[in-house]
Design a protein around this ligand. Structure first.
Ligand code: GDP
Ligand code: IMO
Ligand code: MG
Length: 426
């Protein structure tokens, strides 16, 4: 019985949804603590595929309690659409889904501002956001002008919303974007909130009771990845929240010392969606093969993901900041066809060897990967159900990554389904 955090340790899309779904077989609670519907977490169960954006991945397991914590920015229309879609697919979450009254709202104007600001940026400066209004909503939170889920329950909520829409219309005008019609928007949100109101509550006391309950298993589901963290990622090419384990305390309202275990999720290679430096990016046939074999297209925006070799500098850095105790190493099967696999063990920049991720974006852009080569196993890993059943060379790759990162691998994934998961004793 433990309080476990799962975080992405690269640039997102590591396979968090799949691992969380596997681990929730034993969990009582699954808690999202940051981000919004910029996330796209894929879970494949039998012939069914679910892509979750705001709903915690535990929602697919009957009986698991799910929390959308205070640290999120929630697009109510996105959430209502997602929940209604799940209901249509036979998922029953009433009575076990709780949305924090402290979570901030993403309103249509945040999405418009996100798009308009990106459009104004010159090539090379664009962030390549998901255009889900995440940055503008977190900006309002920090600026103390945001609206929260709990506000929806207040008698004067519609007046508050109308006031915000009018203020943001002035801003949209400056950016050359079309203003929003307050009347129709307020009416649209009225229907949405009528649907969402039963889920809104104070999640802090219930989560604090859960993390103190020795009989409960609580999983905190990270979104994005450490390299997209607002403080530790490749700023400004990042998202606007604390994506690491540190975000759990503030994003769920629990004490940091209640966290027992941190699992870092990494792919056996690396991907990134959106702009910003990516030292091991492959712009050649190998990159194309990774994208094709790994089906590397964004779960939220459908954009092709940029692909590259595993970066041990990034993994070590994320492990250090995130306090990662063990890895879930994903998508091993995608490397099955490679004659040679490369891993970046350090960077070379301006004639010097660099062992950690620099803060300076211009320095990181100049960093060239120092690669070590590894002979591929050139056969399928997909059928393996134990570590011993993996090709010997694939076993060596796992051991090598452990050595390079200083963190043991405890979960291995060789396919998108629940059954393609190998647990290792560490
Ligand atoms: P998340 O955002 O971290 O939850 O990851 P995404 O769902 O955005 O992207 C991961 C993709 O890889 C999804 O399409 C998963 O179904 C798929 N996936 C997860 N694990 C594996 C694996 O071990 N092998 C393969 N081939 N696909 C996987
Ligand atoms: P999951 O949880 C991959 C990226 C965007 C962009 C940057 C900022 O599925 O791993 P934002 O819309 O957050 O302001 O965009 O962050 N990004 C993600 N990349 N996976 C995600 O989530 C992401 N969420 C945001 O592409 O580069
Ligand atoms: Mg994703």
């Amino acid at each position: 019985m433990a309080n476990t955090v799962l975080i992405g340790a690269q640039w997102g899309d590591e396979g968090k949804g799949k691992v969380i779904d596997v681990l929730t077989a034993k969990a009582d609670w699954v808690v999202r603590y940051q981000g919004g519907n910029n996330a796209g977490h894929t879970v494949e169960i039998g012939d069914q595929k679910y892509v979750l954006h705001l709903a915690p991945s535990g929602i697919l397991r009957p009986g698991v309690k799910c929390v959308i914590g205070n640290g999120l920015v929630v697009d109510p229309i996105g959430l209502a659409d997602e929940l209604q879609d799940l209901e249509k697919r036979g998922i029953d979450f009433r009575g076990r889904l709780f949305v924090s009254d402290r979570a901030h709202l993403v309103i249509q104007y945040h999405k418009e501002l996100d798009g308009a600001k990106e459009a104004k940026l010159a090539t090379g400066k664009k962030i390549g956001t998901t255009k889900r209004g995440i940055g503008p909503a977190y900006a309002d939170k920090a600026d103390r002008t945001g609206l929260r889920m709990g506000d929806v329950l207040e008698a004067d909520f519609e007046a508050m919303l109308r006031e915000r829409i009018e203020a943001k219309n002035a801003l949209l005008k400056v950016l050359g974007a079309a203003p929003l019609d307050a009347d129709s928007l307020v009416a649209k949100y009225r229907t949405t909130f009528d649907y969402l109101k039963p889920f809104i509550c104070d999640t802090v006391p219930m989560l604090n009771a859960a993390v103190r309950n020795p009989k409960a298993d609580v999983i905190f589901e990270g979104a994005q990845g450490v390299m997209l963290d607002i403080d530790f990622g490749t700023y400004p090419f990042v998202t606007s929240s604390s994506t690491g384990a540190g975000g759990v305390a503030t994003g769920a309202g629990i004490p940091p010392h209640r966290i027992d275990d941190v699992i870092g999720i990494v792919k056996a290679y690396t991907t990134r969606v959106g702009e910003g430096p990516f030292p091991t990016e492959l712009l050649d046939n190998d990159g194309e093969t990774l994208r094709k074999v790994g089906h590397e297209f964004g779960a939220t925006t459908g954009r092709p993901r940029r692909c590259g070799w595993f970066d041990a500098v990034v993994a070590r850095y994320s492990a250090m900041i995130g306090g990662i105790d063990r890895w879930a190493l994903m998508k091993m099967d995608v490397l099955d066809g490679f004659e040679t696999i490369k891993v970046c063990v350090a960077y070379e920049c301006d004639g010097e060897r660099v062992e950690t991720v620099p803060a300076s974006i211009s320095k990181l852009s100049r960093c060239k990967p120092v690669y070590e080569e590894f002979k591929g196993w050139n056969c399928s890993t997909r059928e393996a159900t134990t570590f011993e059943e993996l090709p010997k060379q694939a076993q060596k790759y796992v051991r090598w990554l452990e050595k390079l990162t200083g963190v043991p691998v405890s979960i291995l994934s060789v396919g998108p389904k629940r059954s393609s998961t190998i647990e290792l004793v560490i």
